[in-house]
Design a protein around this ligand. Structure first.
Ligand code: NI
Length: 206
């Protein structure tokens, strides 16, 4: 009897250690602060297929962007600071790149489908870049694309008004190639020059 108990305790410990190892990356992902490094995430794991609605109200999928590079940012039009500044930096980097930038389609995917209707996105995107494509969709469609891109987002109560809410979210620019595959990413602290230089470098290679 004590031997059986001992064996069970040892087995339990082994399972516990295995479970802890499996749970670790998941737990780390959850506590990853918005905008921090995703360097530990492999290339193949970022991105993938999506089905959304563009700012003209047209249903689109990732396949509609094939043949062009995509610079993808996840955000929302009610965002007070991080989104506008990130989109401004993205826009300025594309301007700095010059003619080569035409190979890249800048994309904003909304994390707030409730408020970000195609009409709302249409008004918003034109204040950043003439070619910026705004994408929204159902809550399920947004959940699916954020999962594919490993984007963290969470609705939180706005401290200034109880009826309102804001969204905590990852602030990263993803560069996807013409086949829709992840190439690199930029955090929201990246400068216009560093983004433009890196874009020029990767575009020259292909
Ligand atoms: Ni934001």
């Amino acid at each position: 009897m004590p031997l059986r108990l001992l064996a069970m305790a040892v087995l339990g410990m082994i399972f516990g250690i295995i479970a802890a190892f499996i749970a670790l990356p998941e737990a780390r992902r959850k506590i990853l602060p918005a905008g921090e490094s995703i360097a530990t995430i492999g290339k193949a794991q970022v991105g993938g297929s999506f089905a959304l609605v563009d700012h003209a109200g047209k249903a689109v999928t990732d396949a509609d962007f094939r043949g062009r590079w995509m610079l993808v940012y996840f955000g929302f039009t009610h965002c007070p600071d991080i989104c506008p500044s990130s989109l401004q930096v993205m826009s300025a980097a594309l301007d700095k790149l010059g003619a080569q930038a035409e190979r890249i389609t800048p994309v904003l995917i909304s994390l707030d489908p409730e408020r970000d209707t195609p009409q709302q996105l249409a008004l918003y995107v034109k204040s950043f870049h003439p070619r910026l494509v705004g994408l929204t969709g159902s809550a399920e469609q947004i959940a699916a694309v954020t999962k594919a891109y490993r984007v963290y987002y969470k609705k939180v109560k706005d401290e200034k008004s109880s009826a309102d809410y804001t969204i905590d979210h990852t602030s990263i620019l993803y560069l996807m190639d013409a086949k829709g595959e992840f190439v690199t990413h930029f955090t929201h602290t990246a400068s216009v020059d560093s983004i433009a230089d890196r874009l020029r470098q990767v575009l020259q290679q292909r």
